[in-house]
Design a protein around this ligand. Structure first.
Ligand SMILES: NC(=O)c1ccc[n+]([C@@H]2O[C@H](COP(=O)([O-])OP(=O)(O)OC[C@H]3O[C@@H](n4cnc5c(N)ncnc54)[C@H](OP(=O)(O)O)[C@@H]3O)[C@@H](O)[C@H]2O)c1
Length: 312
């Protein structure tokens, strides 16, 4: 007796979901084995995304070097990672390094400290970044320079200091966590967007230069990372379903999802990842193919913003 036609669709859907689940689990296991024993440096491991990257890479057995500006926060991250370590899996005690990327003179010393300790770096994740928001004429040139140091000169100084070691070993991967603002300019973000454009340009050029030495350069550009404590709110079921489908649009991508994507990028040696919803993605295409339309839309947004009376 055949399966009733009405049951066919649910069975097919169940089968597809099962296959997708198995694929995801196998893919996660594969990701983890790809970083086992590898020396992985994460800059600003104490922020939302950096912390999640630290957790994902630590549980996968990487030898982590966690960099950050604040020793207490680094230490509490270290303790948190050690306390949840699964004794059945091999994990390594992370090395902690104080690093302020806008203090360029110290960046070389940090690279030396890491190389002296481990002898090599397999994966560098340039995650740290400094934000600023405001009209260009109200942001001082000193602040512009500080943003450029933290978001451009700092990461490239660290990369240049670690690169000869990767080239001589003919292996390594450099990941730049960038932003959609490295591809298009948004008002009131002049310094941040400029530094992100510069960083993307640098790493795009470097990718081709180091390919012959089997060094991989990857850029991961999310559009908006959700703040840790923001969760889709409760509402009526229609609103919830809408939010379920459009939650990334409304709330941004969760840091855990971005960290998993960074891990996939490392494992698959991807060159460029663009983690954005349809609207920001469309904006990038608009900027490329119809710049006048893009500029007009953005200018309209600024006019509207300036017309809104300030609170308080
Ligand atoms: N948040 C988003 O929506 C978003 C979207 C797309 C891309 N990204 C990118 O994703 C990465 C991580 O972002 P996030 O949202 O997790 O972090 P975040 O909220 O942007 O925080 C930035 C972190 O970087 C640290 N930092 C700032 N200046 C530094 C410096 N000179 N040296 C070392 N560390 C410094 C900050 O430390 P202090 O707090 O002590 O200053 C903070 O922990 C960044 O590269 C960011 O550009 C973020």
């Amino acid at each position: 007796m055949g399966v009733p036609a009405v049951l066919m669709l649910p069975l097919v859907l169940l089968g597809i979901s099962g296959l997708l689940f198995i694929y995801q689990e196998v893919s996660n296991l594969w990701s983890k084995s790809a970083v086992q024993n590898k020396v992985v440096v994460i800059t600003d491991a104490i922020s939302g995304l950096g912390k999640e990257c630290a957790r994902v890479f630590h549980t996968s057995g990487a030898r982590l070097v966690l960099c950050g500006k604040n020793w207490e926060r680094l230490q509490s991250l270290h303790d948190a990672l050690i306390s949840v370590a699964d004794p059945s899996k091999q994990t390594f005690t992370p090395k902690l390094v104080l690093l302020d990327l806008s203090d360029i003179s110290c960046v070389q010393d940090v690279a030396k400290e890491v190389l002296d300790c481990y002898g090599c770096v397999d994966i560098l994740i340039n995650n740290a970044s400094m934000k600023v928001k405001g009209p260009a004429h109200k942001i001082s040139l000193e602040l512009d320079k500080k943003i450029m140091d933290a978001n451009y000169f700092g990461p490239i100084t660290l990369t240049k200091a670690l690169l000869p070691n990767m080239i001589s070993r003919r292996t390594g991967q450099i990941v730049l966590v960038n932003n959609i603002q490295g591809k298009l300019g948004i008002p009131f973000r002049t310094a941040y967007a400029a530094a992100k454009h510069a960083a993307l340009g640098f790493f795009d050029c470097l990718r081709a230069e180091v390919e012959e030495y089997d060094v991989i350069v990857s850029t991961v550009s999310p559009s908006f990372i959700r703040s840790y404590h923001v969760h889709p709110g409760q509402g009526n079921w229609e609103a919830s379903i809408w939010k379920f489908f459009f939650r990334r649009l409304t709330y941004g991508v969760h840091p855990v999802d971005v960290a998993e994507e960074v891990m996939r990028t490392v494992r698959r040696k991807k060159q460029e990842v663009f983690l954005a919803n349809p609207i920001p993605k469309a904006a990038v295409y608009l900027r490329t193919f119809f710049p006048e339309v893009f500029f007009a839309v953005v200018a309209c947004g600024v006019k509207e913003k300036l017309n809104v009376p300030e609170e308080g």
